[in-house]
Design a protein around this ligand. Sequence first.
Ligand SMILES: [Zn+2]
Length: 130
Amino acid sequence: MDDCIFCKIGAGKIPSAKVYEDERFLAFLDINPVSPGHTLLIPKKHVDNLFDIEEPLYSEMFQTAKKLSKSLTKAMGAKRVGVMVEGFLVHHAHVHLIPMNHGSDLNPANARKAEPAELTAIAEKIRKQI
Ligand SMILES: [Zn+2]
């Protein structure tokens, strides 16, 4: 979709702090992270609602999330990776992968704007673990 920011990021028309990319998916750091390493995983193909993604893409997306969760855990020294899905702000399916050490870490109210240099450094750290 022409006016979709995640389609533009997926196509590389808008820069992002990339964590992982293949033919079907892109993972990049949220610019307003809830915790350091907060990653967004998107399909490159535009679908509004996550649960409307057809198979096998849907399962492949969660296999990719699983792979990324291991890298995020290692890179960020986190105990777990939390998952959030809501999609009210950007109508392009995405899964939030949030490194966390306590249950209370999974809180959108913790979001704060990150500096581009910080995002670049964290993305590099995570890519090394993939
Ligand atoms: Zn889109």
